[in-house]
Write a protein that binds this ligand. Sequence first.
Ligand SMILES: Cc1cc2nc3c(=O)[nH]c(=O)nc-3n(C[C@H](O)[C@H](O)[C@H](O)COP(=O)(O)OP(=O)(O)OC[C@H]3O[C@@H](n4cnc5c(N)ncnc54)[C@H](O)[C@@H]3O)c2cc1C
Length: 465
Amino acid sequence: MSTTDKFVGDLARIVGQKNCVTDEQALEPHVTEWRNVLHGKALVMVSPGTTGEVADIVRLCSSAGVAVVPQGGNTGLCGGAIPDESGRQLILSLSRLNRIRSIDADDFSMVAEAGCVLATLQQAARAVDRYFPLSLSAEGSCQIGGNLATNAGGINVIRYGTARQQVLGLEVVLADGSIIDGLRSLHKDTAGYDVKQLFIGSEGTLGIITAATLRLYPDPGEMTTLLMTLPDCGSAVTLLAGMRAVLGDRIESFELISRYALELVERHIGGAALPCELAGDWFVLAEAAVAEDSIALGQFLEEAFEQGRISDAVIAKNIAEAETLWRVRHAISEAQKYEGPSIKHDISVPICRMREFLLRCADRLREQEPSAKPVIFGHVGDGNLHYNLTVPKDLFRDQNRVERVTATIYDLVAELGGSFSAEHGVGVTKRAHLERYRGGTEIELMRRLKRALDPQNLLNPGKVI
Ligand SMILES: Cc1cc2nc3c(=O)[nH]c(=O)nc-3n(C[C@H](O)[C@H](O)[C@H](O)COP(=O)(O)OP(=O)(O)OC[C@H]3O[C@@H](n4cnc5c(N)ncnc54)[C@H](O)[C@@H]3O)c2cc1C
């Protein structure tokens, strides 16, 4: 028996034969990422059903020197969940680790395993009259473990913060198979370093997240969804400031959408058309925890019209209309996939510099690559935009041109004090950028942490750093 056969046999003894997959066809969806741009090859994929099994697998991999690539819903956009092309790496799928271990409405917390699908957790919270605010377009398939590993953002960060802010406690399997049993639901805890924070956003390179204690919120109550037309892209920032001044922290989402992004949805996604005709090039889709006929909302809209921050506004009359507006917003990434090749950037700048970023970036790109069409949308209320470009095939195939476009955007972002990676993480696709834009002492400390926690470099090697 070869060493590989023995290794796979040992894995099967841990997770059961049917949860240990080596068949190439069955592995295909797990070695290809969401955009179908990156492909890898795996030795085997295992799906443990308990934290103990995860620990046993990691221990076995450690003694066999096999690298472990954790995989959640595989909706990540930086290739972090995909094995390399060697065919020597193991995919550790968290999908079977999908129980909600407990939910406590009085404590405003729940304990969920890493493989729970995000939408399932939102529903579970609603079932006990509570609210779990993390929300993103991939919520029907991404998993909480993946959300935490990438410190996911999404549409409600403006009010509730990113995935990191939703975590009270964490259970993690370390590279040597030992388990951090940190599923506390404490809101205050100053006992030493807050080690859970190391693993959130580490993209599976420091440990395997197996469960988390998550913060729940009161039901935010009546919501109003509105789509506003802006005179220009820069007005989004002053509009947000005006909305905050009147509605305070009741703004749940504040999303900028360009006309071209809407056109792509109309062209490619059946059943996701806007319920109204729109003039203008820039829109904000916002949601606030206020009643449609509230005095505050009326005051905000009146001021926004008077001061020329918006030229039109559509308020969703009922839940169905609100859902239609959100369906369009959530379909943009998918629509862009059907339009052709795209170069994606997920950047953040200080909110006060958003106008400058949008204007200067558009000027530079128009000059550099006039055939690239910006598909701009995203969480402008957090200073975060998906600054994507739909490009002709010849441009996409020319790596030098692609890199020059990306450098133009990232250099401007850096000049304005922003980040080249606001969401989605670093994975493989942005490693070089981490080196370039976060060099020095900060990245050296990241390397030291990686060496300390994973001395054999077996946890998702080649990702992040
Ligand atoms: C249409 C669409 C819209 C999106 N919108 C947003 C958005 O608004 N905001 C946002 O932040 N992201 C967004 N994303 C990106 C993606 O959905 C998020 O990064 C998500 O958090 C990934 O979760 P996942 O379960 O799919 O993780 P995967 O893709 O499976 O994995 C992502 C990374 O986390 C690691 N990982 C996964 N599970 C674990 C675990 N249990 N322990 C340790 N490491 C683990 C993987 O190794 C990999 O490095 C979007 C993606 C799509 C396709």
